[in-house]
Design a protein around this ligand. Structure first.
Ligand code: ADP
Length: 239
């Protein structure tokens, strides 16, 4: 599913967090939204997911205006910052959650079979009965991804998915996320303030500053030809 933003604007009271952002994520592509804290990255993801309304411009899923698609029918999987797992539910129950509240009705045995399949996909076989407090940070991150994938989303949105993890775990998870993303061919937009992560993982990088796109291109293009003093400074230690 292709996603397109056309001159999207978002204002909170009098503060303009997103200033006319236009971008496209092709079907099956993995795009990183890279920028410092407060540059509008999370707000853009939340508007695509339908968790916030844009107050200007338009968002399209394929050729359809997103405002015409009810939030639960957008086919979006969202991995929130800090995972946002339900602490009182087991790993399996967390993964099953989206299927239970989905409009697509599934039987208990169908849900159980899908949870097993997802535990295998994210390499957490045997951990379905643990609680989030009983697994590591990297494992929690994988539960969050399994939960997002449970409803077969057409679009995957990840907000600082590896933010809280140490460098070695982050690197492993990056390789692993890329493998899964390619295997499922799922259109993916992920948010990060970590340029190494964006340049390493993404097909294309979109750099934001103060709610505006300041550059976009392949990782090679944005590092070889930074188009502004800001981008040079922001990507400074990669060259
Ligand atoms: P990023 O993800 O790049 O850190 P955000 O999209 O979270 O940036 O936020 C962009 C700006 O919008 C920030 O200045 C933030 O304080 C502001 N903002 C985000 N959400 C709200 C909100 N619900 N109410 C008021 N201001 C908000």
């Amino acid at each position: 599913m292709k996603i397109r933003l056309d001159q999207v604007v978002k204002t909170f009271d009098t503060f303009r967090a997103v200033h006319g952002v236009s971008l496209e994520v092709a079907s099956g592509e993995l795009v990183a939204l890279l920028g410092p804290s407060g540059s509008g990255k999370t707000t853009i993801l939340r508007m695509i997911a339908g968790l916030e309304f844009a107050d200007g411009g338009a968002i399209y899923f394929g050729d359809q205006d997103a405002t015409a698609i009810p939030v639960r029918e957008r086919g979006v999987g969202f991995v929130f910052q800090h995972y946002a797992l339900f602490p009182h539910m087991t790993v399996g129950e967390n993964i099953a959650f989206g299927m239970k509240v989905s409009k697509v009705k599934r039987s208990k045995s169908e849900i159980a079979a899908r949870v097993d399949e997802l535990l295998k996909l994210v390499r957490l076989e045997g951990l379905g009965n643990r609680f989030p407090s009983q697994i590591s940070g990297g494992q929690r991150q994988r539960v969050a991804l399994a939960r997002a994938l449970a409803v077969d989303p057409k679009v995957l949105l990840l907000d600082e998915p590896f933010g809280a993890l140490d460098a070695a775990v982050r690197r492993d998870l990056r390789v692993w996320l890329r493998e899964i993303q390619e295997q499922l061919g799922i259109t993916t937009l992920f948010v990060t303030h970590d340029q190494e992560e964006a340049l390493d993982l993404a097909d294309r990088v979109v750099i934001l500053s103060e709610g505006k796109i300041v550059q976009e291109g392949t990782p090679e293009e944005v590092t070889r030809r930074p188009n502004s003093a800001f981008v040079t400074r922001f990507l400074g230690d990669t060259n």
